[in-house]
Design a protein around this ligand. Structure first.
Ligand code: 6PG
Length: 245
């Protein structure tokens, strides 16, 4: 079951997304004492991250009980301009009182499969600790973006990571970009309590329509394979992205 919420522009979309993060954090901490969040990469979420660090939001999240992970990462060092971690640090994490040991970046500077194996162990150990047993749920909230080719996280059309059924994180070779990426897998994402796509811009409109209406084969449209087993899926989009719905 997914809901599509349309906002006038990218600013109101970011404001709604920041409110959604605050709401999910309060629900999670009330339910089980921690808020386990996976951040998306790319450019769309930056404004949302900046809002979460501003005076209207920063005090409304219990950062001492918050654990931050990533949905995907480029295979670059953490200070590289393309690093999703670097963007989130600059926009959000350097400006909120979250304990450094509660920030779990994907180590893009390592050999891809080693980095993925390290992250797999971190995820399994973390959710064993915070959930008391290996859960059938993972994150309280996963933030995702939508690529104009239908990818999400670093789950790109036609790549090997789409077919993973057990691991929660993996290295994924992306021929389209001639590069390796690190990404959460569908088993991990679809075990989340909440998944929120943030989609902005006319250039996503056709793809968004295809994903929402399931118009294209799943392997060509990885975002359509985000179907939380028990969690809730919401699409937070602006009018430009929704213009073909
Ligand atoms: C990444 C992202 C990726 C992103 C989409 C949308 O590392 O690039 O995780 O999945 O969310 O490509 O990117 P934009 O928000 O820049 O359009």
């Amino acid at each position: 079951m997914s809901a599509v919420r349309v906002y006038p522009n990218d600013v109101s979309l970011a404001q709604a997304a920041a409110e959604w993060v605050v709401q999910c954090s309060a629900e999670a901490i009330e339910q089980h004492g921690t808020f386990n969040l996976a951040l998306s990469g790319g450019s769309t979420p930056r404004r949302t991250f900046e809002l979460l660090a501003d005076e209207d939001h920063v005090g409304r999240i219990d950062w001492q009980r918050t654990y931050v992970f990533w949905g995907d990462e480029r295979c670059v060092p953490p200070d590289h301009p393309e690093s999703n971690y670097r963007m989130a640090r600059q926009a959000l994490l350097d400006h909120v009182p979250i304990p450094a040991e509660q920030i779990y970046r994907m180590q893009g500077e390592l050999t891809p499969q080693i980095a993925a194996d390290v992250y797999e162990r971190i995820l399994r150990a973390h959710f064993l600790t915070v959930r008391g047993k290996l859960p059938d749920t993972t994150f309280d909230l996963v933030l995702l973006g939508l690529g104009s080719d239908g990818h999400t996280a670093s789950l790109f059309p036609g790549t090997d990571a789409l077919s993973i059924t057990t691991r929660w994180s993996t290295a994924n070779h992306v021929p389209q970009l001639d590069t390796w990426r690190l990404t959460l897998t569908f088993p991990c994402i679809n075990a989340a309590s909440h998944v929120a796509f943030l989609v902005s811009g006319e250039n996503k409109a056709q793809r968004l329509r295809q994903v929402i209406h399931g118009e294209t084969a799943d392997a060509e449209l990885p975002a359509h394979l985000v179907q939380p087993r028990q969690g809730k899926l919401v699409w937070l989009v602006d009018e430009a992205a929704a213009s073909a719905l």
